[in-house]
Design a protein. Structure first.
Length: 377
């Protein structure tokens, strides 16, 4: 029996989704037991509330300040960055005694971190000779910030060759680098035909389908995007997914079909992957998880309003590789959609680039590498 402990931190939904995808991949192997734990659930309430409140306040009320902090804390020198991370670990350790106890009592054969907080603690335990099992880091952003780097790590699982190149240039040992992609749900490894998916969800099979994931966007800006697209003289269907943002749905209640462009408004759904497959274009923010899921299906993206910091870096990586375009003004989304839909060769190129960056089997690759290493010990 091999025991795998996966640690994440509940700051946003991406980390828990990556952890669940990894569990799904590992349990496909016989004789493997997986335990997932939220590091913040095992943290002192003072640390937990401080981190979550600071994250929420900065993201909602001072995103520009968050950008300054995020970019200012990214250190290019490897030794300096690891020294900084070690200092953070020492500061956090008194508040993570329960997590430390969990790690020591888990009797796991390997530990995988999909967020920096637990990774820093493991770095400290390893340095003190209190971590006998190998530990790995799964980077869940398209570009890796220096806070992901820790001495003693058995391997880094990275989203792309571009990310790997940057880390190696910073001094990370190339033998520790594995380009696997960000772990996403295994459903995305299963082939789906766009026409069949469209029929299943009553989407048009002979007209363009554009999906806007708007749950994380400002209502005012979502309304601008929708109203401009509804004014388009091009036929098609605009699907707006509000997710758990019920306020957004309420604020869009007065909007209906345009003369050519139809409108469908959805709340929280369990068929996001189907919509990605069915769509000619996806309009979204640039979270590591959603961009990975979209690229794994090879669907071109229009990125709008990336959150300052890691989402901006994610957006830069996607656009650099040609898998999407990034816009600042919501008024520009409609002309961009019209342009891309009327230039199939450009859309086809973006689709090809998206497929190159996409890694639908990331979780399976990570599980295979970790288990192979354990079996070779």
């Amino acid at each position: 029996m091999k025991r795998i402990l996966i640690l994440y931190a509940s700051l946003g939904s991406g980390h828990i989704s990556a952890a669940k995808a990894l569990r799904e991949a590992f349990v496909r192997y016989p004789g493997v037991e997986v335990q997932i734990e939220d590091a913040l659930e095992h943290a002192n309430p003072i640390l937990r509330e401080t981190i979550t409140t600071l994250y929420e306040r900065l993201s909602e009320q001072a995103p520009k300040l968050y950008r300054v902090i995020y970019e200012g804390s990214d250190v290019e020198d490897l030794e300096e960055s690891m020294s900084d991370n070690l200092l953070f670990a020492k500061i956090e350790r008194p508040f993570l005694r329960d997590l430390e106890r969990l790690v020591k009592d888990s009797r796991s054969d390997a530990i995988i971190c999909v967020q920096q907080i637990p990774s820093r603690l493991l770095q400290l335990l390893d340095r003190e000779g209190e971590l006998p099992q190998p530990h790995y880091v799964v980077v869940t952003d398209v570009m890796a910030h220096s806070t992901w780097l820790s001495p003693g790590v058995e391997g880094y699982f990275l989203p792309s060759d571009l990310t790997a190149k940057v880390l190696i240039q910073r001094g990370v040992d190339a033998s520790l680098v594995y380009v696997t992609g960000i772990p996403i749900k295994l459903e995305i490894t299963e082939p789906k035909l766009p026409k069949e998916v469209r029929l299943r969800h009553h989407l048009p099979v002979d007209a363009p389908v554009v999906t806007l994931f708007g749950g994380g966007l400002q209502v005012k800006r979502v309304r601008v995007i929708i109203t401009k697209l509804l004014e388009s003289s091009n036929p098609g269907l605009l699907v707006v997914v509000a997710g758990r943002n019920e306020t957004l749905l309420e604020k869009l209640a007065d909007l209906s079909d345009g003369s050519q462009m139809q409108l469908r408004k959805l709340g929280s759904i369990d068929y996001v992957d189907d919509l990605v497959v069915a769509s000619d274009l996806i309009i979204t923010k640039a979270g590591g998880l959603i961009t990975s899921e979209v690229m794994a299906r090879g669907t071109p993206m229009i990125i709008i309003d990336p959150f300052p910091g890691q989402e901006e870096w994610n957006a830069d990586a996607v656009t650099t590789m040609g898998a999407g375009i990034q816009l600042r003004l919501p008024e520009m989304v409609s002309p961009a959609v019209v342009h891309l839909l009327s230039h199939p060769e450009q859309l086809s190129f973006m689709r090809q680039q998206s497929q190159k960056m996409g890694q639908p089997g990331a979780a399976l690759k990570i599980a295979e590498i970790v288990l192979e290493k354990l079996n070779s010990l």
